[in-house]
Design a protein. Structure first.
Ligand code: PGA
Length: 245
């Protein structure tokens, strides 16, 4: 794993955007894996700015998001479909038909899991997956204890995840308790992974990732098994940690 240390959230967002833009320019038909949450918002802002200023085109790009809440239709402000449209897709020239997010509001969720996993395979897999990390080490919504062999599946969210995400809802009771997420094995199949880590509240998770063992009790640790992972972490997250690259 290569670790790039940056000053702060703004620099992390800028570096991450530059990284993605370079990949899109090299391969305009790239398959991008995208993440939601607080961490990538600044990165998406930078992508939009660059698109407006420099005309980087996403017309032929296909995207796959990691996860979606169960029970929220795409029109719901807290769904990840809504988030992606608002934070990125509506402001660049991407074809919305090429943006894929697991559906959280259909009857047969087991079938949706298989459909989504299959869809990624049919497109030849993800070239570059953007990831955040939960303070409990989750990636996507793969909570501690998830099998490293998991593919897209339904999860019950950890209480710590529900509490962490309550900031986006009016009340903690409104946070869905279940989600559909790409599995750990699905994520690891990506050819390349870019993990973004910002803030003191992620320091312990980053420390475990960099210096701890590979174990299903800490899902992100599996990234050590992947041959091409870049971590962009800001000072608040990295301060005082032993960083082996
Ligand atoms: P955050 O979430 O970006 O909102 O901190 C990251 C995650 O839970 O994966």
């Amino acid at each position: 794993m290569k670790v790039i240390e940056v000053k702060d959230y703004a620099e992390m967002s800028q570096k991450a955007a530059e990284y993605i833009i370079q990949k899109v320019c090299q391969n305009p038909r790239i398959k991008l894996g995208l993440a939601t949450g607080g961490t990538p918002i600044g990165t998406y802002k930078n992508l939009i700015e660059d698109h407006k200023k420099n005309g980087t085109s996403y017309q032929n790009v296909t995207t796959f998001n990691l996860d979606e809440y169960i029970g929220l239709p795409g029109e719901n402000k807290n769904s990840y479909r809504y988030y992606m449209n608002e934070q990125l897709f509506n402001h660049i020239d991407i074809n919305l038909n090429k943006t894929n997010i697991p559906k959280g509001d259909i009857k047969d969720m087991e079938a949706e899991c298989l459909r989504y996993e299959d869809l990624i395979s049919k497109h030849g897999g993800i070239d570059l997956q953007i990831l955040g990390i939960g303070s409990n080490g989750h990636i996507g919504f793969n909570e501690p204890g998830t099998s490293f062999n998991s593919i897209t599946h339904i999860v019950k969210l950890a209480q710590s995840t529900i509490n962490a995400n309550a900031r986006f809802f009016n009340r903690v009771e409104e946070v869905p308790t279940k989600a559909i997420t790409m599995g750990i094995s699905s994520i690891l199949k990506s050819k390349e992974i870019l993990l973004l880590v910002s803030g003191e509240n992620k320091k312990e998770a980053l420390s475990k990732l960099l210096n701890g063992e590979i174990n299903e009790s800490f899902p992100a640790s599996v990234l050590k098994n992947h041959p091409c992972v870049t971590i962009i972490a800001d000072k608040a997250a990295v301060a005082g940690l032993k960083v082996h690259s």
